[in-house]
Design a protein around this ligand. Sequence first.
Ligand code: SF4
Length: 322
Amino acid sequence: MQPTGSIHLGNYLGAIESWVRLQETYDSFVCIVDYHALTIPYEPAEMPKRVFELALAFLASGIDPERTTLFVQSAVPAHTELCWLLNTVTPMGDLGRMTQFKEKSDQHKANVNVGLFDYPVLQAADILLYHGQVVPVGEDQVQHLELVREIARKWNARFGEYLVEPKPVLSKTPRVLGLDGKAKMSKSLGNHIGLLETDEQIASKLRGAFTDPQRLRRTDPGRPEVCNLFTLHGSLTPPDQVAEIDEGCRSAKIGCGDCKQLLVTSLGRRLGPIRDKYGALESRPDEVHQVIDAGGARCRAIAAETMGEVRDRMGIGSRARP
Ligand code: SF4
């Protein structure tokens, strides 16, 4: 995940929550991708703070350093080296077709840089360096993961079977929409709920949230299936209560105001402990730095082994002899 400076509910439900679950079964790696974050405008002086806050948010949300290797991408320079080597087997046409490249090029017209274009190849390096077998992704990243698989296949076909083709695991909530009910939740669109926002701030934002547009009056029956807030209830509220909301909305027994209040309660139940843990960890920054430093050291060791093999097979590096 990129250190973008604001972690919101979309990041939590769409990604972090499933990483916490997956660490029960897998030897997990979670990477704070600061190299990727350089492809859009940023302030160098703010980057260390953003990285630290993201690490803090992961730990507060339940990422357990005993089971997950949490690290910062730039602590392992092999990511950029492998990216360069993979560039040599990646067709330009494939990168030009990526939806995210087109979207970001539109968003950042003044700075459509090579890094933005090459972004999916760096992602391929992030995964292939550690022989990742499964990668939890949201719907919008499935195309990139398919490209990673193709890059691995192309490289293996040219240099011999070595890189592992990763499989996608779609997160339980694949696409979290913002409070406008239209676009993906994002800070830049202003349609988000921050992970650390108080119940009062959340309640105030929910007051203006988009619901079923046909429900103009309190007495109008609603359609939960078209309401984004009902989808959020599905991820945050106990199932029996979700069934009651469904029935209450359809029969107009409950109004959208009541429904939003129930959502504030559900969000408080889920995010409250995260906010508390974040606050406690924030006062112990050394612990957070120790975790990411140890993660970086483990990753450098694994990456060195992978790069030794990759360089040998490609006929380059200090071990290559005529
Ligand atoms: Fe959406 Fe709830 Fe209003 Fe129904 S009652 S339209 S589910 S906010």
